[in-house]
Design a protein around this ligand. Structure first.
Ligand code: CTP
Ligand code: MG
Length: 231
């Protein structure tokens, strides 16, 4: 029984503007709906919790018509706190060792094949797995004066994407431990790593972007239009 938790309680400060980015519309639907649709494209996803800001007045509900539930709860002031709220809101049918996919509302371009690969490989891993993509650029370490102090080998460096797949109880404990230590984890894997656990990296497409700036939104518009043409 795999459910999704979709953190959508952010303010989109880096994007700017009045509308939080998860509610910006592309092809008539908000980004959060594009992200949910991508998750529900896999029959193994049995439902989703969308985590909303306390003052959210924009959520209109969504269903793909399959009868799989989409419920909501109220998030917190960090992404990790929002995910914890989402875990708490999962129905009892998601057992302690049941799998949970955490996927950013602001990541609307998840590919079917990547989600399928993550579910297949992550469910076999004792810890869980995340989608990630290898770093392509040469990496420089900056000195305080803005000069280059060196070049970092990039062979083993990956950029973490979402979804990230973990077991409900283990993930909840890891996120709570990080919160108790006042460590702000920026993804679920980081919380698990702090527990000495080693999630699996599953390679996904680099165009599974997190919409952060207006240029990212334009890129998603392009990607969606191209996908529609191909279908
Ligand atoms: N998120 C959340 N609760 C928070 C902060 C973020 O649910 N307190 C969600 C966002 O809505 C987004 C995802 O986590 O879907 C990834 O976060 P990010 O891209 O950082 O979004 P924002 O925090 O909204 O943007 P910014 O950091 O620019 O303010
Ligand atoms: Mg943020």
């Amino acid at each position: 029984m795999t459910w999704a938790v979709v953190p959508a309680a952010g303010r989109g400060a880096r994007f700017g503007g009045d509308v939080p980015k998860q509610y910006l519309e592309v092809a008539g639907e908000p980004l959060v709906v594009h992200s949910l649709r991508a998750l529900f494209a896999h029959p193994g996803v049995k439902g989703a919790v969308v985590v909303l800001a306390p003052d959210d007045a924009r959520w209109r509900g969504w269903s793909d018509g399959s009868g799989r539930p989409v419920i909501t709860c109220t998030g917190g002031d960090t992404r990790a706190r929002s995910v914890l709220a989402g875990l708490a809101a999962l129905p009892d049918e998601v057992r302690a060792d049941g799998f949970v996919l955490v996927h950013d509302a602001a990541r609307p371009n998840l590919r079917k094949a990547d989600l399928a690969a993550l579910l297949e490989r992550g469910r076999e891993d004792p810890v869980g797995a995340i989608l990630a993509t290898p770093v392509r650029d040469t990496l420089k370490r900056a000195g305080d004066d803005g000069g280059i102090d060196g070049t970092e080998p990039r062979e083993r460096l990956w950029r973490a994407l979402t979804p990230q797949l973990f077991r409900r109880l283990q993930l909840g404990r890891a996120l709570e431990a990080a919160a108790a230590d006042a460590i702000e984890v920026t993804d679920e894997a980081m919380a698990m790593e702090r527990q000495g656990l080693r999630p699996l990296l599953v390679e996904g497409a680099a165009d599974n972007i997190k919409v952060t700036t207006p240029a990212d939104l334009a890129y998603f518009e392009f990607l969606l239009a191209r996908r529609t043409m191909e279908e």
